[in-house]
Design a protein around this ligand. Structure first.
Ligand code: GDP
Length: 367
């Protein structure tokens, strides 16, 4: 039986009834109706509510290239808790001619006393990447802090252009948009609509902010570099921090290991007794053990004491991949999507085990 291809009347995406998280989802019984719209457009138009749609790299690149052909301001949402995992270097390469406004989200997770230092750190990291955003705004999608400034900055930099919001899955794009909607609530002029991305069938949703300004929301990228792509929604709750970060500090001797649930592991191989300061979600259990026992413990307790991964994630779990680091003074070992470990110990040797493809990197200390 051949299946007819049907497109959403709102955003133009191809409709499907297999995966609610992917673009164009409608329940199967609706697919045969005429003039239907996808669930994302439906929720937007009827409930003023943004439902998340996530896509893989190929689709994301297609969307971004499409935007690059337009006179558009890109508003790039970055997760400050996962700067390296959510930054998306590729974005600047794909759209070299568009102005980009960088929005660092989740500032509520950070201690206010260190704020000046954190802001400097972000600016320095951006300079090092040799990219030149038109502006930088710090916000919290959770508390709404910085949202009015964000809207002012968008107005300032768009200069008559269309505005597109882009970001990795879990960077907090939906939360930020919902805060914008909350901030604007009560404005009778504003009504959410959906629209076809000209010349394509990619789902982009229009959020009118004022008579002149419309924000176009794009699907979130499931970034293969982030550990979050490996985990189920249940596991995700354990690794995304909700409250202000409180570091867990471990004094380690060489030949000791830290397990981060069963998702990743850090072996301290050689050096003096050192402090390992872990900035991760409060709900992620960290276990310390002797290196000599670590392999056996992992084998025995993965999914049990070493959890997450929970049962849904375990079915597709792969062996962890090792990466070694020789510390050069003070630094953070950042595990994309999971957090980071701050260490100070020149010459110390560390080995990190993480799922294949997940980015593990050394960077200057953030806090
Ligand atoms: P999206 O995939 O980019 O649309 O991300 P979401 O908006 O769904 O956010 C992903 C996760 O991050 C959710 O658990 C949110 O509650 C959380 N989140 C989003 N924004 C913030 C924020 O500003 N602060 C904190 N602490 N959590 C946030």
């Amino acid at each position: 039986m051949t299946r007819m291809t049907v497109y959403c009347r709102g955003c133009g995406v191809r409709l499907q009834s297999e995966d609610p998280k992917k673009p164009g989802y409608v329940p199967a019984e609706k697919l045969t109706q005429e003039g239907i719209i996808c669930q994302r457009c439906f929720k937007m138009t009827h409930y003023n509510q943004l439902s998340k749609v996530k896509v893989d790299e190929d689709y994301f690149v297609q969307v971004i290239k499409g935007i690059g052909q337009r006179k558009a301001l890109i508003v790039k949402i970055v997760d400050l808790f996962d700067f390296d995992g959510s930054w998306l270097d590729e974005l600047f390469r794909l759209i070299p001619h568009n102005p980009v406004l960088v929005v660092m989200n989740k500032i509520d997770l950070f201690p206010p006393v260190r704020w000046g230092k954190i802001e400097e750190w972000v600016k320095r990291r951006i300079r090092e990447k040799n990219v030149h955003p038109v502006g930088l705004v710090f916000v919290s999608g959770q508390t709404g802090q910085g949202i009015p400034t964000l809207l002012e900055q968008i107005e300032k930099h768009r200069l008559g252009k269309d505005v597109y919001l882009v970001g990795c899955a879990n960077a907090g794009k939906s939360t930020v948009i919902n805060q914008i909607l909350k901030f604007l609530a009560g404005d009778p002029e504003r009504m959410i609509t959906t629209s076809r991305f000209p010349g394509t069938t990619l789902d982009v949703i229009d959020i009118p902010v004022s008579a002149e300004l419309v924000l176009h929301d794009t699907p979130g990228l499931i970034n293969p570099k982030q550990i979050t792509r490996y985990v189920s929604p249940e596991d995700l709750k354990q690794i995304l921090p909700e409250r202000k970060l409180r570091p867990k500090i471990y004094q380690l001797n060489p030949a000791q290991t830290l397990f981060f649930g069963g998702l990743a592991r850090l072996d301290y191989l050689a050096g003096e007794r050192l402090s390992f300061v872990c900035y991760m979600a409060e709900r992620l259990p960290i276990h310390r053990t002797k290196l000599v026992n670590a392999d056996a413990i992992y084998k025995k307790h993965l999914g049990g004491m070493l959890k997450p991964p929970g049962p849904q994630t375990l079915t597709k779990w792969e062996p962890l991949v090792k990466r070694s680091f020789r510390l050069n003074g003070e630094g953070d070992i950042a595990l994309a999507g999971l957090g980071w470990v701050a260490v100070k110990g020149p010459g110390a040797l560390v080995c990190v085990h993480a799922p294949p493809g997940v980015s593990v990197s050394m960077r200057p200390v953030l806090i």
